[in-house]
Design a protein around this ligand. Structure first.
Ligand SMILES: *Cc1c(COP(=O)(O)O)cnc(C)c1O
Length: 393
């Protein structure tokens, strides 16, 4: 194993007699030793419930939990750690925002893009908002001159990076346009937080959401950044920990962040996000970006060279995921055969059916990259595709 893969014990294994090449990172990333050890050590030494007890372990757990909040807050460039709420993940975070904003969304419109993940579509529909998409060209570049914000637009909710195409949307520009109309902006950073440096102050968004498990940390842990302009939203969830005073007649709520954190969270999972941020920062975000960009560009170039392969999307900036199809072979069959060659890719609609519809396809093969992938992994992918093609021609 070369490069950063040595930090990820799961990648040392062989599958079907071959070194595992894991290219399903947009679905979830593997965990480095430091994250695994943090979770294990936390249960061995500090575990208890947080913000509840005065006893030793509870204090230690609370302290580590709150330190993680500081770390996440710094990592995304928040002004204040009270703007960072821990959630169960991106889906949970978006659902919470939808619930909180529901009174203003109902019967109105949310502006999205045509590349959104279902979790940035369905919650808005459940809040009875109508979705409108920013138009895009045939390469899937957003046409920002055609952004149509009306009196009915109550929120702009856009992914930073597409989990299907790897297209990077110009969220700063979109936020600027939205701000001209006084419309709040939510950024779905599930596919960018692990690849690109983020700064919510610079983006100037109102909400930003991400999942721990896609940034080398645990499942069941996520981030909801809420600009302190929204410090008095109706909490989406009620329960223990988020209240100031409760009587049977009336309840008053805490200030953020606790206001938005009802019930016992996934404490170890959330603390593991601190360990994954430490891991990434130790390598350096710029170094990660550069390395990933080299591998990604190499993969794209090699795929584009292939005669019977269609690659989807071609935007000014791209990272993370590449979607493609072979002319002769169904995506599902490609995935199955690649698996037997030890290469893990994803096939299907990738929770983005509206995008599939606009590309007039049912699904794609998706290779998605993380910091531990290398050009050798790309070579294995390409070799695999060549073998699949030979079997079918
Ligand atoms: C994965 C993903 C989500 C949903 O994240 P969960 O961790 O499954 O809640 C939302 N948006 C994008 C762009 C994603 O890639």
């Amino acid at each position: 194993m070369t490069g950063f893969a040595k930090d990820f014990p799961i990648l040392a294994q062989k599958v079907y007699g071959k070194r595992l090449v894991y290219l399903d990172n947009a679905a979830t990333t593997q965990k480095p030793n430091s994250v695994i050890d943090t979770i294990s050590d936390f249960y061995k030494t500090d575990y208890s419930n947080i913000h509840r007890g005065v006893h030793y372990l509870s204090e230690r757990s609370s302290e580590r939990y709150e330190k993680t909040r500081e770390k996440v807050s710094d990592f995304i460039g928040a002004r204040n750690s009270s703007e960072v709420t821990f959630t169960a993940g991106t889906t949970d975070a978006i659902n919470q925002v939808a619930r909180s904003l529901e009174p203003s969304l109902r019967g109105n419109e949310v502006l999205v893009t045509g590349v959104e993940h279902h979790s940035n579509i369905v919650p808005w529909q459940m809040a009875e908002a109508k979705l409108k998409a920013i138009p895009m060209d045939e390469d899937c570049n957003l046409l920002l001159d055609s952004v149509d914000i009306t009196d009915k637009t109550k929120l702009v909710a856009i992914s930073h990076v597409s989990n299907v195409l790897g297209s990077v949307n110009d969220i700063k520009e979109i936020t600027e346009i939205a701000k001209d109309h006084d419309v709040p902006v939510l950024v779905d950073a599930a596919q960018s937080i692990q690849h690109l440096p983020l700064d919510v102050k610079d983006i100037d968004c109102d909400f930003l959401v991400a999942s721990g498990h896609k940034m080398y940390a645990s499942t069941g842990a996520g981030v909801l950044y809420t600009n302190d302009r929204f410090s008095d939203l109706m909490p989406a969830k009620g329960g223990g920990g988020m209240v100031d005073k409760v009587s049977l007649e009336k309840t008053t709520y805490q200030e953020p962040p606790l206001r938005y954190e009802a019930g016992t969270p996934h404490i170890a999972g959330i603390i593991s996000m601190g360990a994954s941020i430490d891991y990434m920062q130790k390598i350096g975000l710029e170094k990660i970006e550069k390395h990933e960009n080299d591998v990604y560009s190499y993969a794209r170039d090699r795929l584009l060279e292939m005669d019977n392969v269609t690659v989807y999307g071609n935007t000014t900036r791209m990272c993370g995921s590449i979607s493609f199809n072979l002319d002769q072979v169904h995506h599902y069959d490609v995935g199955l055969m690649m698996d037997k060659m030890g290469v893990a890719v994803r096939t299907g609609h990738h929770c983005a059916q509206p995008l599939m519809e606009s590309l007039t396809i049912e699904g794609t093969v998706r290779a998605s990259f993380a910091l531990y992938n290398t050009k050798e992994d790309v070579d294995r992918l390409i070799e695999g595709i060549e073998k699949v093609e030979m079997m079918y021609t």
